[in-house]
Design a binder for this molecule. Structure first.
Ligand code: TXA
Ligand code: MG
Length: 349
């Protein structure tokens, strides 16, 4: 298949290409598009064949449900069987934006889209290109992140092209993505709202609107024997090709341990890399040192994490060491993705 790549500048959209993108979706094809969190791989949410194609294009297990993206709040009713008060409150506070809600699905939503579940995940993104596209596509776009299964989610169009060229009809290049981590997922089907995937909208922000909110206890703890409630959180994910280890502790100790490990690996002829913050990046003796951002600005770290992991692959790094972050606020989402990328390998020093 020939994949068409078109630029979509949010300030000045190519409306002809947008119309074409909408037509592709309505005809059962697939289009990758920018959102404020990561690039998405869209298909018609009400067309079971489109969902099957999404799984095939990503090489993703078909029991891992997709998120339905809408462009206006009233369309939530078409996708779900009940809209609880909590959903209304969250929509008012955080939509359009990086929040996904899990609710009981409406009958018409195909099982292919929900991975066989009776619940469905819904999100109303804020990115202008995403919203214009969803409207052009008929209003209901099922979309996972636009990466091959297991790879880091793409935050730049070049990585969408790398993973999806030849597999889908169109890629809309909207430039660099501002947030850089997937949306927060909150399950509203139980008695107490539960965070299934941490993201830019933090637990504290949700609690301000809803009162008590819990976090799926399995997602920050690699030793848990229970399966995470969001099926996608079970798979090895977000991962670079190289082996990765997180080192946690006081700054000097972390630098010393990482540098000692680097010497050992280098002696074996292994190509090494470090994911470091601006504050300590100059202290590492690795083949490749990537600055992930400043500890003073966690948003910056979130926005560059996946790009740094992809660049480690580009530069052929075989062994990666990463500094660790506090798990408050957005740090929780950063640590969640880092731990998954490292297969939960963490050294405390
Ligand atoms: O920011 C985002 O959410 C991006 C952009 C493109 O919108 N999308 C995204 O989709 O990250 P994906 O497919 O990579 O991740 C969706 C996650 C998976 O972990 C999946 O298991 C979970 O959402 N999920 C979807 N429907 C669910 C449901 N009904 N119950 C529990 N988890 C669900
Ligand atoms: Mg994904």
């Amino acid at each position: 298949m020939k994949t068409l790549v078109v630029k979509q500048d949010e300030a000045c959209m190519d409306l002809k290409a947008m119309e074409e993108a909408g037509r592709i979706i309505r005809d059962g094809g697939l289009v990758a598009f920018p959102t404020e969190t990561v690039y998405g791989l869209g298909g018609d949410a009400f067309n079971p064949d489109s969902s099957r194609k999404i799984y095939a294009a990503k090489g993703r297990p078909s029991d891992n449900p997709l998120i339905i993206h809408i462009y206006r709040e009233e369309d939530l009713e078409r996708c779900v069987s009940v809209v609880p008060e909590a959903a209304r409150k969250l929509a008012a506070a955080f939509w359009p934006g990086p929040l996904t809600m899990v609710l009981p699905k409406a009958k018409e939503v195909p099982k292919e889209t929900t991975g066989g579940l009776e619940t469905v995940a819904i999100r109303l993104p804020s990115h202008p290109v995403a919203r214009t596209f969803i409207e052009a596509a008929g209003g209901f776009v099922a979309a996972p992140s636009a990466n091959l299964s297991g790879k880091p989610s793409p935050t730049q169009a070049c990585y969408v092209v790398e993973d999806m060229d030849g597999r889908i009809e169109m890629i809309m290049d909207g430039g660099d993505i501002p947030i850089g981590l997937e949306s927060t997922i909150v399950d509203l089907t139980g008695e107490i709202p539960m965070i299934l995937r941490p993201g830019y909208i933090t637990k504290e922000m949700l609690e301000e609107v809803l009162g008590r909110v819990e976090t799926d206890p399995t997602i920050l703890d690699g030793t848990s024997t229970e399966a995470p409630k969001a099926p996608g959180m079970r798979y090895r994910h977000y991962a670079p090709k190289g082996d990765m280890v997180i080192v946690q502790g006081q700054r000097e100790a972390v630098v010393a341990v990482i540098n000692a490990s680097l010497q050992e690996k280098k002696a074996l002829g292994i190509r090494t890399g470090v994911l470091a913050t601006k504050e300590s990046m100059d202290e590492y003796q690795a083949d490749v040192v990537k600055c992930i951002g400043s500890r003073q600005k966690e948003e910056e770290i979130a926005a560059s994490l996946y790009r740094c992991l992809r660049e480690m692959d580009d530069e052929g790094v075989e062994q990666i060491y990463s500094e660790s972050f506090s798990s408050d606020g957005i740090g929780q989402a950063i640590m969640n993705r880092l731990l998954k990328a490292a297969g939960h390998k963490i050294i405390n020093v």
